[in-house]
Design a protein around this ligand. Structure first.
Ligand code: B1M
Length: 211
């Protein structure tokens, strides 16, 4: 299985063939993290580049997302192997105006695998909803995801809203998503940034002094 094959199947919306390829790769004993990071995520990046170049359009990006989600369903039990439960509570969501959830779902899966209790509050999440969820679930960490340069600034509003809320003193806030970086995270007042799902687990543990 290689990235080009996956890009070709994804952009044609071939869900069954895509999942078959992933299953065969697992059955051959290929490393699950390599399948995820070196093939599937790389394929989605190339699909994004093709969209930017104008060689594919929104429908292809939408069917690609469907294929990716089906493939991740196969990988999920293998990624989510459980590394001892801390039981610490994380609330995660994609910020208002942003509908991208594949990366956010992956971060949620990996955090669960890392022993956290995760409440995924979905996409297009307003400041009020983050605050409400953090209070309701008594969260120790709130994770914000943003995939669009146009929705990144909203993360600052969420951070300010959370800090000003009654639970503000008790929570750590982490941010991530393709256009986000460490500098930006610091600038908007986040406690932590993670470039990918694996690092999100490490960062969450570090912020709570677990390990
Ligand atoms: Co969209 N899209 N999209 N899209 N899309 C991007 C993001 C884009 C870069 C493509 C491109 O043009 N090259 C571009 C954004 C450009 C920009 O902002 N400058 C873009 C655009 C423009 C758009 C629309 C505006 C297109 C349009 O309508 N004209 C539109 C916006 C809709 C909206 O949100 N309001 C749109 C729509 C869509 C689809 C619905 C078709 C679909 C999303 C489906 C879904 O999510 N259910 C889609 C897709 C699939 C993509 C690309 C191709 C792939 C994203 C993805 O799933 N990657 C994407 C291209 C790209 O990212 N290069 C693109 C795989 C995923 C595993 O990676 O999400 O990065 P990622 O998550 C990673 C890390 O970022 C990190 O960990 C994850 C796992 O390792 N991470 C976190 C993520 N969240 C985190 C939170 C944390 C920590 C780490 O908290 C602590």
């Amino acid at each position: 299985m290689n990235t080009e094959q996956v890009v070709a199947l994804f952009t044609k919306g071939k869900v069954a063939e895509s999942t078959k390829l992933v299953q065969e790769s697992i059955d051959r004993g290929d490393d699950v993290e390599l399948i995820l990071n070196q093939v599937l995520i790389k394929a989605m990046e190339q699909i994004g580049d093709k969209f930017s170049e104008g060689t594919i359009f929104l429908p292809e990006m939408m069917v690609s997302a469907r294929c990716m989600q089906a493939c991740l369903l196969i990988l999920k039990p293998l990624l989510n192997s459980g590394a001892g439960s801390s039981g610490e509570i994380v609330v995660i969501g994609t910020v208002k105006g942003d509908l991208h959830d594949i990366g956010k779902n992956l971060v949620a899966t990996m955090l669960e695998g890392g022993g956290f209790r995760v409440f995924d509050i979905g996409i297009d999440i307003s400041v009020d909803k983050y605050v409400q969820a953090a209070q309701e679930h008594n969260a120790r960490i709130v994770c914000l995801s943003s995939l669009l340069t146009s929705t990144m600034p909203y993360m600052r509003q969420v951070i300010e809203g959370l800090r000003a809320s009654p639970v503000g003193g008790n929570i750590k806030i982490m941010v991530g998503g393709a256009p986000v970086n460490e500098d930006y995270a610091r600038k908007i007042g986040a406690d932590g940034f993670a470039p990918d799902a694996g690092m999100a687990v490490k960062k969450a543990k570090e912020l709570l002094g677990l390990n």
